[in-house]
Design a protein around this ligand. Structure first.
Ligand SMILES: C[S@@+](CC[C@H](N)C(=O)[O-])C[C@H]1O[C@@H](n2cnc3c(N)ncnc32)[C@H](O)[C@@H]1O
Length: 208
């Protein structure tokens, strides 16, 4: 199933189900990254329905997402349909790039990091929050078993079993953030863990 169509299929239920799956913590995890970003022009990459809007406040925000169905529900004024791998902005256009729960859905992480580096001004900061697996192998195995049951049940209850199978698989798709961001075009400043067994990470990266 292509990434974009997953969110198109669940756009009307996305926020509710996301909140339920994160036990109401998705907002706190987003905020842990947002509070570390510099003020100014901000790109919300993979903005979806605009779940971060309240915390972004009155800043100068551009919301980008490939799914018109998700973006349609986003009340942000400046909305752009597009993908992280090919950002339709000039070099140095933003002081910060924020991306919540998007990276494991990307077609290309290196391609998106290169584009983020390009659109950030010198000294600009990228903040990423996403779900994955706990770093330790045993904790990851426990989490894999538990999340399989939870996602399977929610998928059936929500009538979106296929989409939720995709979400479950996506948790194993990427390497740990410490490895994924190392040696890329942005300097990795910080990674921190959140959630049960640390299956959620926040990361800050700077354009030097
Ligand atoms: C799990 S939702 C997160 C939405 C929002 N950021 C939030 O915090 O609730 C993932 C979003 O990433 C978007 N997405 C998928 N592939 C993408 C890509 N290649 N570039 C940018 N966004 C993408 C999806 O359309 C979807 O809206």
């Amino acid at each position: 199933m292509p990434n974009g169509s997953v969110f198109t299929g669940i756009a009307d239920r996305y926020d509710r189900i996301n909140r339920m799956l994160s036990l109401g913590r998705d907002g706190a995890w987003r905020r842990s990254v947002l509070v570390k970003l510099p003020p100014g022009r901000i790109l919300d990459l993979g903005a979806g329905t605009g779940a971060a809007n309240d915390d972004l406040g009155l800043q100068d925000v551009v919301a980008l997402d490939p799914s018109p169905e998700m973006l349609h529900r986003n009340p942000t004024q400046r909305r752009v349909v597009g993908v992280g791998e090919q950002l339709p902005f000039i070099d140095g256009a933003f002081d910060a790039v924020f991306s919540a729960y998007v990276f494991r859905n990307l077609d290309s992480v290196p391609g998106t990091l290169a584009e983020i580096a390009r659109v950030l001004c010198p000294g600009g900061v990228a903040g990423v929050v996403d779900l994955g697996r706990p770093r330790r192998r045993t904790a990851a195995a426990i989490h894999r078993a538990g999340s399989g049951i939870v996602l399977g049940t929610v998928g059936v209850l929500a009538g979106s079993a296929q989409e939720y199978r995709y979400l479950g698989k996506s948790l194993d798709k990427l390497p740990q953030p410490e490895e994924m961001f190392a040696g890329g075009p942005l300097h990795l400043d910080e990674v921190w863990r959140m959630g049960p067994l640390g299956f959620v990470y926040g990361a800050l990266l700077t354009r030097r």
